[in-house]
Write a protein that binds this ligand. Sequence first.
Ligand code: HEC
Length: 142
Amino acid sequence: MNNNNRIDLYIFLGLLAFTIPWIIKIQTQTQYSLKTDSIKVDSSLIKSIIRGKQLFRTESCYSCHKVDKRICFGPRLGKILDRRSKDFLVKFIKNEDSLVKAKHPDVIALKEEYKWANGLHNKKHLTNGQINDIINYLQLFD
Ligand code: HEC
């Protein structure tokens, strides 16, 4: 092998040393973007959360509640399912008086803590699905 040929070989090897990691990087990036493309977003949950956010305003829950902290009017409602069952929430929001009459211990404790009149929650016109939308929205917050 003469000197010129050897220099050509070094240049070729040098180019390989740069191009191989570059090709590998492109390969892995392509795989990565394919992976993110294939993540399925549960659009029905997102739609429910958006409806819940609107209901929280239009039903004026926001005037007494904050999702992230307690204010003087009412308790913080974020991650409400950590504290209450769906069944409880549907009954309470539609007709809290039925739970007051039944002397539900959690409702009695709330009434003692907040000292508001009864009958604040009387949303009989809301469907269970709409209350579920509000709950899905509330679950977003700590
Ligand atoms: C006029 C003020 C007011 C409005 C409007 C209001 N709330 Fe309340 N909410 C309270 C108070 C005060 C309490 C504490 C219990 C009580 O006194 O009834 C409470 C309690 C709750 C609880 C129980 C929280 C817990 O820790 O278990 C939930 C859930 C709730 N409200 C949801 C709602 C939703 C949903 C709406 C809108 C549809 C709403 N509230 C509208 C004042 C209000």
